[in-house]
Design a protein around this ligand. Structure first.
Ligand code: PLP
Length: 292
């Protein structure tokens, strides 16, 4: 139920359909975003709306896809969908994809369609895990993002290995997967950036094989305010095993503590103090209880 924004119009959820020959369904060439709106004193507020909208357009630019709407229209569409569906909090999914005019790998004659859908969504990796932390499996499926020089695009086609990794991790009884890059360095979670803490300093992989996460950037600024140093660098699997604390960040996962990786307990095996501080500040910020 509810309304979905489709190419400029709000249509009933059930009518927001595509043809089976939709090009993006066949070849995975498309771009999308994951955005959240939170309940605040002033009603539902979309967190970092402009940054998400900009990343959507940047992803499309990287893929050579021309979005037929302006930044402002796509921005407004997200606000409209939350408002028209009377959502007090929401996960919002903008996506741009090629139509069904023809098959084959030439995209020049294809129409680009855009949608924005939204729905209520709680803690992505489980409410109790936000305190307790999750158990993670390092995946044998590498994070390759089409190729390692294109990881700034949030593209449909880049998620197959992420899904394979989640499938494998959950089948083995873990909560989430941690993917390495093609050289064996730590890249990111299936849909999250990863941070570790060593001796009071935060470390996170640089952007050679991880998405330029908006939550990641937010954690940088929260850490700065708290006087916690942050370093971007290549991280090895054993550094994660030996970390004092570890956590994932993402619009869906927010700040999720990691308590175990491949059966090795991280730190004390519970949410660490720096993780807790950042998580608390993050929730204060998204709910409008902090400036910024
Ligand atoms: N890495 C991947 C592969 C993702 O899909 C996401 C989610 O968008 C992230 C990281 C986290 O990015 P953000 O914090 O912008 O949601």
């Amino acid at each position: 139920d509810g309304l979905i924004w489709l190419d400029g119009e709000l249509v009933p959820w059930r009518e927001a359909k595509v043809h089976v020959l939709t090009h993006t369904l066949h070849y995975g060439m498309g771009v999308f975003e994951g955005v959240r709106a939170y309940a605040t004193d002033r009603g539902a507020a979309i967190f970092r709306l402009d940054e998400h909208t900009r990343r959507l357009f940047n992803s499309a630019k990287i893929l050579g896809m021309n979005i037929p709407f302006s930044h402002d229209t796509m921005r407004q569409a997200q606000l409209d969908v939350v408002r028209e569906n009377a959502l007090s909090s929401a996960y919002i999914r903008p996506m741009c994809f090629y139509g069904s005019e023809s098959m084959g790998l030439h995209a020049d004659s294809l129409k680009v369609h855009c949608i924005v859908a939204a729905w209520e969504w709680g803690s992505y990796l489980g409410k109790e895990n936000m305190e307790r932390g999750i158990r993670v499996k390092v995946s044998s499926f590498a994070r390759h993002h089409v190729n390692v020089t294109m990881c700034r695009a949030k593209s449909n086609g880049s998620y197959m290995n992420s899904m394979l990794a989640v499938q494998d991790a959950t089948a083995c009884g873990f909560d989430e997967a941690l993917l390495l890059d093609t050289e064996g360095y730590v890249a990111e979670g299936s849909g999250e950036n990863v941070f570790i803490v060593h001796d009071g300093t935060l470390y996170t992989p640089d952007l050679t094989s991880a998405l330029d996460g908006i939550t990641r950037r937010t954690v940088f600024s929260l850490a700065d305010e708290l006087g916690i140093p942050v370093r971007e660098k290549r991280i090895t699997r054993d550094e994660v095993y030996l970390a004092d604390e570890a956590f994932f960040t993402g619009t869906a996962a927010e700040v999720t503590p990691i308590r175990e990786v491949d059966g090795r307990t991280i730190g004390s095996g519970a949410r660490g103090p720096i993780t807790e501080q950042l998580q608390t500040r993050y929730f204060d910020l998204v709910h409008g209880r902090l400036d910024g």
